[in-house]
Design a protein around this ligand. Structure first.
Ligand SMILES: CC(=O)SCCNC(=O)CCNC(=O)[C@H](O)C(C)(C)COP(=O)(O)OP(=O)(O)OC[C@H]1O[C@@H](n2cnc3c(N)ncnc32)[C@H](O)[C@@H]1OP(=O)(O)O
Ligand SMILES: O=C([O-])CC(=O)C(=O)O
Length: 355
């Protein structure tokens, strides 16, 4: 048995390679830094889905189809009950989509994600949803559906950088969950709902909201060491640090920091975050001298999404808006090449007495 399946290889994939020793992430042959700096969401969806759907056409057709899917998804919004957090809102919306293995369903899942997330944020503020504009790119439309204004190009570019950076990451917990469900042939919608349900936890995609809570609680640089020592003394985990695979800094941290630095007015916040980051890494190194705990993707995710005006409560749903293309690609890969996933367990309970 291997606790947490840490050293178990459970799939072969052509989608992404996480090199935890050297801090490198390759997505379909591209280093993540290059994807993050140059690709739009639509390009990346095409890159991940290529070869998995026979009817996938060129990038501009896919962009059009995503726009149509956003428009179709707007009709779902009014049927979703009040009082849901944004992950539950997104999951409830997805549950109303067809559940099959087609490209159309993958596009509907990806296109609906920002519509549902933006509507959930606005519902939480007591504001009516804003209808999508299919002429905009997926990232520009996401920000437009939040505010009613077409965003500056720099903002849409920064959101693209985020969604692209988090699109896929080997056999992480949510992708594994999606592949397990896909292996039963339940459909892409069920796989996506499994994925988002696993993503929601604070040890996985739920970490960036608490990163901002930590920065708020520390407040000023002089408080950092004392606050960190007290948290570690309570055996709390510091969000945005540590990783199951990376033994060095997560390469996505700097890809996202670069995207953040390109947004005007962020240098002061970056300076404060860097101070906290240094203090956390110093204290973690003292507490765990034999285990390298480094900055992961979630630390600068929190700062980038904050700079784009997204509320921390919605960060996990925004993560799902990027990861959905990875989940659906992995689900198709599992269906095409894998078998039903069914590991074994060792029984440790009572045994019946011999007759
Ligand atoms: C998109 C993503 O999912 S990225 C990850 C996002 N999650 C977070 O940022 C949450 C904080 N980090 C963590 O909880 C962990 O580092 C995880 C869940 C990411 C990885 O977990 P594991 O691989 O099981 O942890 P690992 O085996 O490295 O832990 C070793 C020790 O370091 C401690 N540790 C690990 N991360 C942290 C942390 N961020 N803060 C404090 N202590 C930590 C563990 O408690 C453990 O201590 P112990 O031996 O006294 O029990
Ligand atoms: O790979 C992991 O375990 C978690 C992670 O960073 C991701 O899913 O992006």
């Amino acid at each position: 048995m291997d606790s947490g399946l840490e050293n178990i290889v459970a799939a072969e994939t052509v989608l992404s390679d996480v090199d935890g020793q050297n801090g490198r992430l390759v997505i379909r042959g591209w280093p993540v830094e290059l994807l993050s700096a140059s690709m739009a969401f639509e390009d990346t969806a095409h890159l991940l889905w290529e070869g998995f759907f026979e009817d996938l056409r060129d990038v501009s057709s896919l962009g059009r189809q995503l726009g149509e899917a956003r428009e179709a998804a707007f009709a779902i919004v009014s049927g979703i009950p009040d009082g849901l957090d944004s992950v539950s809102f997104l999951r409830a919306g997805w549950a109303l989509l067809p559940d099959d293995e087609s490209l159309e369903t993958a596009i509907r899942l990806a296109g609906s994600a920002p519509v549902l997330t933006a509507a959930a944020i606005r519902r939480g503020r007591g504001e009516p949803p804003i209808a999508p504009n299919a002429q905009l790119s997926q990232s520009a439309d996401f920000l437009h559906m939040l505010t009613g204004k077409v965003p500056h190009q720099a903002e849409a570019r920064a959101l693209d950088a985020y969604l692209v950076t988090v699109c896929d990451h080997g056999l992480n917990a949510s992708t594994f969950a999606a592949r397990v469900v896909a292996s039963t042939r339940a459909g892409l919608t069920s796989a996506a709902i499994a994925g988002i349900s696993a993503l929601k936890g604070p040890l996985h995609g739920g970490a960036p909201g608490p990163v901002l809570d930590m920065l708020d609680a520390i407040g000023v640089p002089e408080n950092a060491e004392r606050w960190i020592d007290e948290a570690l003394a309570r055996n709390e985990r510091l969000m945005g640090f540590g990783h199951r695979v990376y033994r060095v800094r997560d390469p996505r941290a700097d890809a996202l920091k670069t995207a953040l630095a390109r947004l005007p007015g962020t240098s002061g916040r970056i300076g404060f975050a860097e101070h906290i980051e240094r203090a956390v890494l110093g204290r973690l190194a003292e507490k765990y001298p034999r285990r390298t705990l480094e900055t992961n993707v979630e630390f600068y995710t929190a700062l980038l999404l904050e700079a784009l005006g997204l509320p921390r409560e919605a960060f996990t749903a925004v993560f799902a808006c990027g990861r959905i293309i990875g989940w659906t690609a992995h689900a198709r890969e599992q269906i095409g090449e894998g078998r039903l996933v069914r590991p074994r367990s060792v029984y440790r309970g009572p045994v019946p007495e011999a007759a």
